[in-house]
Design a binder for this molecule. Structure first.
Ligand code: PGA
Length: 241
C-alpha cells in the first residue's frame, strides 16, 4: 500500500483529484467507482473546479457508487443518489445514464442486489475506486463481522455506524438500519483503489491499517492489504492524531 501524507483536508482532496484528473485525461471513457460521506466532498469540489475552469471532460466517463441506504428515495436529501447529484453529477458534464448508484426501496431486496451485481459485471473492472473508511474499519457498508460478503448485498448497519451517521439526520431514529452495499470482491475489482481519510477520528483506524500486520474480517479495511494497488491518502491528523 502506497501512503501519501498531506498537511490537511484540502491537500488530501487536491491530491486525490489530481490522480482522477490524470486518469480521465488519459482515458476519457474511464470507469470510476465513487464513494459518499463527508470525506470525498472536497475531492468532488476539486473535480468540479477542474471541469469548470480547465474543461475536464466527463462526457464519456461512467461511474458506479459503493452503496445506498435501503428505503430512502432519490428525493430524500440523505440518500446517496441525492448526495452524488448535489455534490458532483449536477455540476459536471457527465451523462445521467452513465452514473450508477445502487437502488433499494424495500420491495424486493434480492432483485435490487441482483440488478446491481449484473450492472457491475457488465461495466467491468473500474479504473479507479474511491473509498472512505469508517471509524470501525468498514469499507462501503461492509461492517466488521466474522464473514464478509463478496458481492453486493443487503446489510445491517452496526449501532456504531448508525450513531456516527446520525450527525446527518435530524434524529438517530431517522437513520436507516439497512443498506445495499458492494461486497469485497466488487470493491477489489478496480485497477487502483484510492483510500481517503482525514481527521483525528480516523487515526485509530489508519494506525491499524499501517501498523497492524494482519487481515481480519472484523476490521474490513485490513483486507485492502490484499489488493495490489491501493493508494492511501491521509491528512496529518488521521496519520498522527
Ligand atoms: P465519512 O464516512 O466520510 O463521513 O467519514 C466514511 C465511511 O463511513 O466510510
Amino acid at each position: 500500500m502506497k501512503t501519501i501524507i498531506c498537511k490537511d483536508y484540502d491537500e488530501m482532496s487536491k491530491k486525490a483529484a489530481e490522480i482522477i484528473t490524470k486518469q480521465v485525461k488519459e482515458k476519457p471513457d474511464s470507469v470510476l467507482g465513487l464513494a459518499t460521506g463527508s470525506t470525498p466532498i472536497g475531492l468532488y469540489k476539486c473535480l468540479i473546479e477542474e471541469h469548470k475552469e480547465n474543461g475536464l471532460d466527463f462526457s464519456k466517463v461512467k461511474t458506479v457508487n459503493l452503496d445506498e441506504y435501503v428505503g430512502l428515495g432519490e428525493k430524500d436529501d440523505q440518500s446517496y443518489i441525492y448526495f452524488m447529484r448535489d455534490n458532483l453529477f449536477n455540476h459536471i458534464n457527465i451523462k445521467k445514464e452513465n452514473t450508477h448508484v445502487p437502488e433499494s426501496n424495500k420491495e424486493d431486496l434480492k432483485l435490487d442486489t441482483e440488478k446491481y451485481n449484473k450492472l457491475l459485471d457488465d461495466i467491468g473492472t473500474r479504473d479507479i475506486q474511491v473509498l472512505g473508511i469508517g471509524v470501525n474499519g468498514h469499507i462501503a457498508f461492509n461492517e466488521p463481522d466474522d464473514k464478509l460478503n463478496l458481492r453486493t448485498s443487503i446489510v445491517d448497519l452496526t449501532e456504531e455506524t448508525i450513531e456516527v451517521n446520525s450527525r446527518f439526520f435530524e434524529k438517530k431514529e431517522d437513520v436507516p438500519t439497512k443498506a445495499i452495499s458492494m461486497g469485497l470482491e466488487d470493491i477489489f475489482d478496480a485497477k487502483c483503489i484510492i483510500l481517503l481519510a482525514n481527521g483525528k477520528s480516523k487515526k485509530e483506524a489508519i494506525d491499524k491499517i499501517l501498523n497492524g500486520k494482519f487481515v481480519d474480517t472484523n476490521f474490513p479495511a485490513s483486507l485492502l492489504h490484499l489488493h495490489p494497488n491501493v493508494v492511501l491518502i491521509v491528512d496529518e491528523e488521521a496519520y498522527n492524531g
